[in-house]
Design a protein around this ligand. Structure first.
Ligand code: C2E
Ligand code: CA
Ligand code: CA
Length: 406
């Protein structure tokens, strides 16, 4: 795929584009200043000076019309180039009302130079409200592009890391697997919580690329931990690695082929790979979800439904989709001691999952009594700070080499 975002440098006086030319790229000013002007019978009229963070040339792309003004670098400048597809694809994919609004705003803005060209000084400038609406849309778009750039760098730098949290067999107390959890240390902002960046990655679509990275890295690390496990527990069942998969990753069926090749090239036994999927996918488009999950299942891997009990959980998911395991959300586990209803609910979910021959993983175990209660309910596995927090691979290897049990 060609690079869709790259830098372009301009010398003072250099023309970026001229009025009337066809437009293929839009630009974001990184450094310097770009003068935007139109030709009037009375001569050149400068209509704007655009500096850092401002976007140029997007309107002719969106309106699919020639440039309505000329852009020249006033000083030495650096621009981020946005290819047509990068700008238009998300707009085409946006919901129809959003698309219409973008089109309207652009049409109105493109009119502005014409009022000036016709010398109609009585025409209103863009009304303040309209300007404000435009600024908001533009700021949002710029913020997205900026985040996307930061995340791309996070993957390449790499500022991303996977931590692993042990998942314990509640009967034997032995390690049964580990969940890979993404960690991002931003060079300036420091540690960014997944609660903050995962939703942004989902919104921008970057989660697809980050998810590929997590799967690839998680499987590679798994082989190292598996090796240590086989030495420490020679006759125990090998652990599984759980990797989180966003609904966005399963949106395009072609992405499942990408996951297939990552899995096949990893050399990991598919029976040791568990993908954790939250229920939002099943809620938004059950038919698509069924196809996507069946396709994943063909790889011979295990599927877990994550955060079960939050949101829109429906028991019918358990039936309709090919899940092997169910993760009971932390919220229920936390409330078990305080609230008899939560305890009963966990007991009931556990009983039902056992009947359906699903493995159950209880999340967020922080206390001994929670461990004991859940084990008593027949939950197979547990995960939580009481046993171990998510930590780097080296830590997990230490735990394994010391033959730690809980
Ligand atoms: P999750 O999949 O439900 O992951 C479990 C979260 O619970 C983790 O939060 C973990 O640190 C936390 N946790 C585990 N045990 C305890 C406990 O005893 N007490 C408390 N208070 N928390 C516990 P984390 O690492 O902050 O991740 C948050 C969420 O971000 C994850 O929730 C998951 O939805 C998402 N996420 C993380 N990594 C990835 C990834 O690689 N891909 C995708 N798509 N999502 C990810
Ligand atoms: Ca999870
Ligand atoms: Ca969860």
């Amino acid at each position: 795929m060609p690079e869709q975002i790259y830098a372009r440098y301009l010398k003072p006086g250099e023309v970026l584009f001229r009025e009337g030319e066809a437009g293929d790229d839009a630009y974001i000013v990184e450094k310097g200043e770009i003068e935007i002007s139109i030709d009037l019978p009375t001569g050149k009229k400068v209509i704007a000076e655009l500096g850092k963070g401002e976007i140029i040339g997007e309107m002719s792309l969106i309106a699919d019309a020639p440039r309505s003004a000329t852009a020249i670098a006033s000083v030495e400048s650096e621009l981020l180039v946005l290819k047509r597809d990068r700008l238009l694809k998300p707009i085409e994919a946006a919901d129809p009302i959003m698309r219409l609004m973008i089109q309207m705003i652009v049409d109105r803005l493109r009119d502005a130079p014409r009022w000036m060209r016709e010398g109609d000084t009585t025409s209103p400038e863009m009304s303040k409200a309209r300007q404000k609406a435009f600024d908001e849309v533009r700021d949002l778009a710029l913020r997205r592009i900026q985040i996307e750039g930061e995340m791309r760098q996070a993957i390449e730098a790499p500022e991303l890391e996977l931590h692993y949290q042990p998942i314990i067999d509640l009967k034997s107390g032995i390690l049964a697997g580990y969940e890979a959890l993404m960690r991002w240390t931003h060079p300036e902002r420091g540690f960014v919580s997944p609660g903050e960046f995962i939703p942004l990655a989902e919104e921008t679509g970057m989660i697809v690329e980050m998810g590929r990275w997590a799967l690839e890295t998680g499987l590679r690390d798994h082989l190292v931990m598996l090796d240590a496990f086989k030495k420490a527990f020679p006759d125990k069942k090998p652990p599984f690695v759980s990797v989180n998969v966003s609904g966005r990753q399963l949106f395009e069926l072609s992405e499942i082929d990408v996951m297939r090749s990552i899995i096949e090239n990893s050399g990991v036994d598919p029976q040791q790979i568990k993908l954790e999927i939250t229920e939002s996918l099943m809620v938004h488009d059950a038919d698509h979800a069924a196809v996507a999950l069946d396709k994943l299942k063909e790889l011979g891997i295990l599927l877990a439904i994550d955060d079960f009990g939050t949101g829109y959980s429906s028991l019918s998911y358990l039936h309709r989709f090919p899940f092997d395991a169910l993760k009971i959300d932390r919220a229920f586990v936390v409330n078990m001691a305080k609230d008899e209803a939560s305890k009963k609910l966990v007991h009931a979910i556990a009983g039902m999952a056992i009947d359906l021959e699903l493995d159950i993983v209880a999340e967020g175990i922080e206390e001994q009594h929670e461990f004991d209660t859940l084990a008593g309910f027949g939950c197979h596995y547990g995960q939580g700070f009481f046993m171990a927090r998510p930590s780097p691979i080296s830590n997990n290897i230490d735990l394994i080499e010391n033959a730690t049990t809980w």
